[in-house]
Design a protein around this ligand. Structure first.
Ligand code: F6R
Length: 243
């Protein structure tokens, strides 16, 4: 695991953006899975600008959405779909065939999971995953207790996720279930980047990086990943032991 600590959120985001652009430059047909949420937002904005000014603008990479709130419309500003449309699909100029997001209204969510898994398999797996970490240690919607050997699945959301998730919505919204890629996707991705910034992430970062590797803190599994990079600002790294 490669741990990098930056002075502030802007620097951590810039480095994340560089790594994302580097992936697309090295392999223009990459399959890249991106989280939504506050942690990677600035990195995506910066990466879109960098790509626009590079010869890689228009590269044929494929975006895969990490997760979605089940039952929440893509038109709802709190949905992951809405986020990815506004912060990745539009600014990166992705065409309709260049992204695959979970359908929050799938009649049969299990089938939706199987379809996502099959899609990833036919595409040869994920080249890069960019993820954040929840205050309970989740990655995507792999909540505490999720085994490491599962692919896409539907999950009952943890109380912390239901509560913290309200920050994305303009009004109180019941959030009961999520649909998400699994920790097995994360472990099998050829590269994984986790970005966390702010002092509110310091305690869970310490647990994930220095506590036991355990399903009770799903992000701790990243320590088993052969090519994982953790990008933190000083605030998120504040409770890590000084080496
Ligand atoms: C969102 C996702 C979540 C978030 C996590 C952190 O697609 O997968 O796991 O990455 O909840 O959220 P932020 O970045 O808003 O603090």
């Amino acid at each position: 695991m490669n741990l990098r600590v930056f002075n502030n959120q802007t620097e951590a985001s810039f480095q994340t953006a560089l790594l994302l652009v580097d992936q697309i430059t090295r392999k223009p047909d990459s399959v890249i899975c991106l989280a939504s949420g506050d942690s990677p937002r600035l990195a995506y904005e910066l990466a879109a600008v960098l790509l626009r000014h590079s010869r890689m603008d228009g590269a044929s990479w494929t975006l895969v959405g990490l997760d979605e709130w089940l039952g929440i419309s893509p038109e709802n500003p709190g949905s992951c779909h809405f986020f990815l449309r506004n912060h990745v699909i539009a600014p990166f100029g992705l065409s309709a065939g260049q992204y695959r997001l979970f359908n929050a209204h799938a009649q049969n969510p299990q089938q939706e999971c199987a379809a996502m898994d099959a899609f990833l398999e036919t595409r040869g797996g994920i080249d890069l995953m960019v993820v954040g970490i929840g205050l309970n240690g989740h990655i995507g919607f792999n909540e505490p207790g999720t085994p490491a050997d599962v692919y896409s699945h539907v999950i009952e959301l943890d109380g912390v996720t239901q509560q913290v998730g309200q920050k994305y919505f303009t009004q109180e919204t019941p959030l009961r279930q999520g649909i998400t890629l699994g920790l097995r996707h994360l472990l099998e991705a050829r590269a994984a980047l986790l970005i966390a910034t702010g002092d509110h992430k310091a305690a869970i970062i310490r647990e994930a990086l220095t506590g036991p590797v355990s399903s009770s803190v799903p992000a701790s599994i990243l320590r088993k990943h052969p090519n994982a990079t953790i990008l933190l600002d000083k605030a998120a790294a504040a409770r890590l032991p000084v080496s």
